[in-house]
Design a protein around this ligand. Structure first.
Ligand SMILES: NC(=O)c1ccc[n+]([C@@H]2O[C@H](COP(=O)([O-])OP(=O)(O)OC[C@H]3O[C@@H](n4cnc5c(N)ncnc54)[C@H](OP(=O)(O)O)[C@@H]3O)[C@@H](O)[C@H]2O)c1
Length: 334
């Protein structure tokens, strides 16, 4: 059993970790967790939060990267046959590492996102009780305007997502065979002070070079990165095993509304459209299909175990923009 119970003797130290004097439960289960993609946009915040909450956290990081100082940092690449995860036992592995959909080469996507997942599984199958796989909403494909919940069938309409789903199915089957608990989390588009929201949207809005394929006239589901991370941890702490969760806020919004609200919050012009064939020529047809497929979701299941701090982008975006301002990242020439 790899779960440590924080006992009465340790309580003073434990209570000191919380500045708001909230009364925490007397017995808190500290879990041993491995996070892959731990230096990425979401993974780095997940590691911070797990450590703040007192979980014993290991991070898979690539050579040359710096992991969290309080994490047990394991240097390795998913695609390396010499990948060696230490002999630590884990209560759960959060698998976030993946190549982004910006990569157009199918062979590279298969090597990292599918081959890398299989390689990781070989390393952790005798070391973990559970694996949580982080993916997106692209698995549902074209949903004809219906509101999607976790009972919906998967019908991916892009090569990128088909490969990610193959990796999910591989884990699901092999976990089942070995009695390892498996959870899949489908995140909406995660916004925060880095990742695509800053690198693609904010920077280009500031330079007036952002354009909307299909005029942004499709629904998207969003989630503030803090709520994405809090949801993952709630699932870790409260989940019954072998479940699937959709994690996005409950606000139904078209991409154009989200982008225009961001532009207004930054005090810059609303962006214009770009013809779809031009967008496809620049970014690839697969990515444009992924970005412009409409989706509306129900977040009822995750809401039962996690309260969202930002139930709408109208609350979340001002928070992110304040963070960017504080970091002095809103210079138009950045
Ligand atoms: N961001 C979103 O809106 C969103 C939405 C839905 C689902 N997701 C999913 O959430 C997960 C995390 O997304 P993110 O936005 O945090 O992505 P990210 O910032 O691009 O992070 C990806 C992480 O994967 C690591 N990685 C990539 N190739 C690897 C390899 N061969 N071996 C080991 N590590 C490797 C990267 O390492 P380096 O730091 O060394 O580059 C990075 O830490 C992904 O699976 C993504 O598909 C994200």
């Amino acid at each position: 059993m790899n779960t440590k119970l924080i006992g009465v003797k340790e309580l003073p130290t434990f209570y000191n970790k919380y500045s708001n004097n909230t009364i925490k439960p007397k017995h808190v289960l500290e879990k041993s967790i491995l996070v892959t993609g731990a230096t990425g946009f979401i993974g780095s915040r997940l590691v911070n939060s797990l450590i703040e909450k007192g979980h014993d956290t290991s991070s898979l990081i690539r050579k040359g990267k710096t992991g969290h100082a309080k994490s047990n940092n394991i240097v390795g690449d998913l695609t390396d046959s010499r990948l060696n995860i230490s002999d630590t036992k884990f209560d759960c592995v959060f698998h976030l590492a993946s190549h982004t959909p910006l990569e157009r080469n199918k062979k590279i996507l298969e090597k990292v996102n599918l081959g890398g997942t299989k390689n990781l599984f070989e390393q952790v199958k005798d070391k973990t009780k559970a694996i949580t796989y982080i993916s997106g909403l692209g698995v549902y494909g074209e949903t004809q305007g219906m509101v999607v919940d976790e009972t919906f069938p998967y019908r991916p309409n892009t090569e990128f997502v088909k490969i990610r789903l193959d990796a999910q199915k591989f884990l699901e089957k092999n976990c089942k065979d070995l009695g390892i608990n498996f959870t899949a989390i489908h995140l909406g588009d995660v916004y925060g002070s880095d990742g695509w929201f800053y690198d693609v949207l904010v920077k280009r809005l500031l330079k007036n070079t952002f354009r909307l394929p299909k005029s942004g006239d499709y629904y998207k589901a969003f989630v503030h990165v803090d709520d994405a991370v809090e949801s993952m941890i709630s699932i870790l702490e409260k989940n019954s095993p072998n479940e699937t969760y959709i994690v996005a806020d409950p606000t139904i919004v078209k991409f154009k509304e989200f982008v225009d609200f961001t532009a207004d919050s930054l005090g810059v012009k609303h962006p214009g459209p770009i013809p779809t064939f031009v967008a496809k020529a620049i970014l690839g047809a697969d990515l444009i299909t992924l970005l412009t497929t409409s989706i509306r979701i129900s977040n009822e299941k995750i809401s039962q175990i996690c309260d969202f701090k930002f139930p709408s982008y109208k609350q979340g975006i001002p928070n992110v923009i304040s963070e960017l301002k504080a970091k002095k990242l809103l210079n138009k020439t950045t």
